[in-house]
Each structure stands twice: as C-alpha cells, then as structure tokens.
Design a binder for this molecule. Structure first.
Ligand code: NAD
Length: 338
C-alpha cells in the first residue's frame, strides 16, 4: 500500500501520551500514514523560540494533512492562539464535530449528531476595538462580524456534500436571522439557495439558534446534522459534547482549502499531564475521521467499532470514565478488539 506523508504534532501536556497510544493503534490497523513529526505549541517555543515554527508550517504545506495533539495557549496578551493561526494559514474553513453516545446509561441514549461549523468568518474574525469617551478609554466596545458570499458558499457546499458522503439524512441550518438579519441572514439565504441543489438527497430545514439549543437538551435524538456559523458552532458543539458525556470523547476535523488537520476537541489537560492516565479516545476518533478523509473507510469503521465495543463493555476504561487502566493499557485493549 502506498504510504501517505502526514504531519504529526504531538503537542503539549497530555498530547505526547495520547498521540503515542493513537499511533500504536494505527500501527496495529496498518494505517496508510507515514509520519513527519513536527513541533508546535509550548514544546516548540521551548526548543526553537517560536510556538509555530516555519518548519512545521512547511511540513503541513507539503503533506496537506496533519494529526495534532492539543496545544497549550498561555493566558495573557501578546500570544495568539496557535489553533487560530493554523486555521488562518491553511484556510481551515469547516470544522466537523461528530458526537455519539458511546456509554449507554447516561442522560441520553443513542445520540448521533454531527455539527459542522464555519471556522473562519462571523463574529470571530477579531475585528474589534474600544471607543474612548472623556476619560474612559473603554467607554464602548465594538466588534464586527463578517460573512462573505464566497466563504459561506464554499462552507455550505462542503457541509451538504459531507452529509451526503456520510449517508446522513437531514441537515438543519442554524442561524439568528430574526435579529442579525444581515450577518446571519446572508448565511441562511445562501445555505437555503445552495440547498436547492440537494433536494431529493437531503432533508433541509432551518432553525433559530436559541430554539435549537433548547431542543438539543430536550430531545437530542431529533437531530442529525447541524450546520452553522462560527460562534454558534463553537457554543453548540460543546453543548452537544456534553450530551454524550463530555469533551473526552469528542474528535474534530478542520477541513481547509490548503490542508486538513485532525485533533481531539479537548485541551492539553495540564492537571494530569505526565501521569500517563489520559484518555486517548478523542484523538483515536480524530484519526478515524482522518482515515475517512483519505478514503480508508473500512479501517475507520474497524477502529470506531473497536472503540465502541470497548466503551460499551464498561471495562478496561481510563480514570475519567470510571476505570483504572492507563493510557497505553487502553490502547492495548482497543488493539485486542481490532
Ligand atoms: P482541557 O480540555 O485541557 O481540560 C479540562 C478538564 O478535562 C481537565 O480536568 C482535564 O484533566 C480533563 N481532560 C481533558 N482531556 C482529557 C483526556 N483526554 N483524558 C482525561 N481527562 C481529560 O481544558 P483546559 O484546562 O481549559 O485547557 C488546557 C490548555 O489546553 C489551555 O492552554 C488551552 O488553551 C488548551 N486547549 C487547546 C485546545 C487545542 O489544542 N485544540 C483545545 C482546548 C484547550
């Protein structure tokens, strides 16, 4: 099998531990990836004085594909989030976050929702400032949201196509066009217009974001795929992760024009870093999304089924899920099920 050059960023905190466990599982699966290990985050800052070195960017420019451990963003001014820089650098315009009930017996059974979030525009473009009045330098704060026809069309086309490719049935466009009539009104208008092309293939509806947030906690089983703007997607995707047991099981794919980057949704968990007890499931599920992305659906399914079986067995789990095994023992349990 021809190998696919892929950038690997172990990341900070628990990153190297969950990456090691994920690689062991991918090796057992005979994955097609050939890893180019690169530094980013605090690890890179310590070694080469730059949290996002040019060498790492060049590697992703070359491979157009990366698996990334979580990166620590130090709190405080002057340090721009590396995740945001990666999004901008590679025009990672869509963020795909599937959430599924793995552990039965929780608040909701059989939840299976994919949220697809626009990743570059909206209120997160960072165009904001203070307006001083008299002796108050922060008398007024102003932020501008930006949505472009180009960016929006590219995003909604991707989201509809993703839904079809992944055999999903219903897409709900989430917006706030009753109040933000132009900003999210344009998003809704374009999504409905583009959606006409998919008639007969997908059921397409629209819903106002606040109603959607409430419906999610009342009855999450009514939802299939949600597509929405940047900030609403940021908030709703964490809400959805909460419905299925938290961020520890949530993977994400950042799909871009120039590259695609796969990661766990959670952060670098400094409180448990180095203890070798972190749960690697989210990163393993992110690697399953990456297998789908390179058209290795069979391997992706095998990996998901092994994870599913392990989690539903209720045994051999990491501490965050009430078990006692460590990160590598969990990986070995998955390998035994592959
Ligand atoms: P976090 O997700 O790192 O941790 C929140 C809590 O969840 C902690 O108690 C942690 O121990 C636990 N946790 C997270 N992942 C776990 C896992 N795999 N197994 C077991 N327990 C797990 O969130 P935070 O503490 O707010 O952020 C820590 C750092 O991570 C910050 O610097 C933040 O900026 C960064 N961060 C990075 C990313 C990313 O790179 N994509 C995402 C979120 C946060």
């Amino acid at each position: 099998m021809e190998k696919i050059p892929t950038t690997l960023i172990p990341g900070d905190g628990i990153g190297p531990e969950i990456v090691k466990a994920t690689l062991k599982v991918l090796d057992a699966l005979e994955s097609p990836f050939e890893w180019e290990e690169q530094l980013a985050g605090v690890a890179a800052e310590t070694v080469c004085g730059d949290p996002l070195p040019e060498k790492t960017l060049n590697s992703i420019r070359r491979t157009k594909l990366a698996l990334k451990g979580p990166l620590t963003t130090p709190v405080g001014s002057g340090f721009r989030s590396i995740n945001v820089r990666l999004r901008e650098e590679f025009e990672l315009f869509a963020n795909v976050r599937p959430a599924r009930t793995f552990l039965q017996g929780g608040r909701f059974e059989n939840v299976d929702i994919v949220l697809i979030r626009e990743n570059l525009e909206g209120l997160y473009v960072g165009v904001e400032h203070y307006i001083p009045i008299a002796d108050d330098p922060k008398a007024v704060a102003e932020a501008t949201g930006i949505i472009t026809r180009y960016g929006c069309t590219r995003f909604v086309e991707f989201a509809f196509n993703w839904a079809i490719k992944n055999k999903r049935k219903k897409v709900i466009i989430v917006h706030k066009a009753n109040i933000l009539k132009k900003l999210t009104g344009l998003f809704l208008e374009i999504a409905m217009e583009v959606g006409k092309k998919y008639e007969g293939q997908l059921e397409i509806e629209e819903r106002i974001v606040d109603n959607c947030a409430m419906q999610l906690v009342l009855n999450p089983n009514q939802f299939d795929v949600l597509m929405t703007t940047n900030m609403f997607g940021d908030i709703l995707s964490d809400e959805i992760a909460g419905l299925v047991g938290g961020l520890g099981l949530a993977p994400a794919a950042n799909i871009g024009k120039d590259a695609s980057i796969f990661e766990a949704v959670h952060g670098s968990a400094p409180d448990i870093a180095g203890k070798k007890i972190a749960n690697p499931t989210a990163l393993m599920l992110a690697s399953a999304l990456m297998l789908d992305h390179v058209s290795e659906a069979d391997k992706a399914t095998r990996l998901r089924e092994a994870i599913d079986a392990q989690l539903t067995s209720g045994e051999g789990l990491t501490g965050d899920l009430g078990g006692t095994v460590n990160t590598m023992e969990f990986a070995d349990n998955i390998i035994a099920r592959l």
